[in-house]
Design a protein around this ligand. Structure first.
Ligand code: RIB
Length: 314
């Protein structure tokens, strides 16, 4: 198993516009916020940063707009050593953007404007077959058009890459063919949206994860926040992996830190439960700082947290 696997992320790149609020406004209400900032985000880009900081060779395939945000976001990804040769600048289009409110408990609400992300088409994917031939794992999310995700899955399968899908945001209906991946890694809300089932209780979340496997996933790894994660695989592996204890500042991008790190840990040959434990640590650390990419930990930071809280391991 490669110590430094190659992870190809096909996905979104956004500029996040973030504001802190004491509590979320309700419809028709205006509330005071503070700490307005712009910071790099987008689920695809966040997952690429997580994979790179976890020690992978990381290649990003996506699109930005022909505005200043676009080049800035590419430059920021390059600082983490991410290969951005296949991040295209899209004429007359704005870069993807996200409006994010973070409340006093660190929980967020996010609205995205796809911009250039939605201009990433299967025609951008199929001529780049050689990228898939380099990749051990292909990481996908749903902030780009679904036919593009499907095209990336096609090429990934042809090149025998593992596929990790973070099915976020969930479209109205997620066809089973998009769940036919090695690992699907939704959070609990997304898992409920995909299956139409309730997952709030412990036994129920296992049924929801099993449903995702029944619908075609090789394994489902559910991100359950303070309850850690749950692994259910088609070959019978079932594991509850406890969460790490941290002081939460901002949960934005924690799920992306989890997914990008999970992809690297799996590519290094870890059992799924062990990979989920490493990913839990990455997700927890990502909650301790403000912002998405700015909060994603390095492999060393992940290890320090795991060592510090070792007694939590089963
Ligand atoms: O998962 C967090 C991300 O969701 C943010 O960075 C934002 O850009 C949206 O894509």
């Amino acid at each position: 198993m490669p110590e430094q696997p190659t992870v190809l992320v096909v996905g979104s790149i956004n500029m996040d516009m973030v504001m802190r609020v004491a509590r979320m406004p309700v419809a028709g209400e205006t509330v005071h916020g503070d700490g307005f900032t712009t910071s790099p985000g987008g689920k695809g880009a966040n997952q690429a940063v997580a994979a790179a900081r976890a020690g992978a060779n990381c290649i990003m395939l996506g699109r930005v707009g022909d505005d200043t945000f676009g080049q800035t976001l590419i430059d920021i990804l390059a600082v983490d050593g991410i290969d951005c040769d296949n991040v295209m600048i899209t004429p007359e289009t704005s870069t993807g953007a996200a409006m994010i409110l973070v409340d006093g408990l660190g929980e967020n609400s996010i609205v995205i404007s796809g911009g250039a992300n939605m201009a990433l088409t299967p025609d951008d994917i199929f001529p780049r077959s050689e990228l898939f031939s380099l990749a051990d794992v292909v990481v996908l999310q749903l902030e780009i058009p679904l036919p593009t995700v499907r095209a990336a899955m096609d090429l990934a399968r042809r090149h025998c890459c593992k596929i990790v899908l973070d099915p976020s945001p969930v479209p109205g209906r997620l066809p089973d063919e998009l769940l036919a991946v090695d690992i699907v890694a939704p959070n609990i809300i997304e898992a409920e949206q995909i299956t139409g089932m309730q997952a709030a209780e412990e036994r129920a979340d296992r049924q929801v994860a099993s449903k995702l496997v029944e619908r075609g996933a090789g394994a489902a790894v559910l991100k359950i926040g303070s309850r850690g994660s749950l692994v259910v695989s088609a070959d019978g592996e079932i594991a509850r992996v406890p969460a790490y204890r941290v002081d939460i500042v901002d949960t934005t991008g924690a799920g992306d830190a989890f997914t990008g790190t999970l992809a690297v840990a799996v590519a290094r040959g870890n059992r799924l439960a062990d990979a989920a434990r490493i990913a839990n640590a990455a997700g927890a650390l990502a909650c301790t700082k403000f912002g998405a990419q700015t909060a994603i930990p390095t492999w060393d930071e992940i290890h320090i947290l795991m060592e510090d809280q070792r007694e939590q391991s089963p």
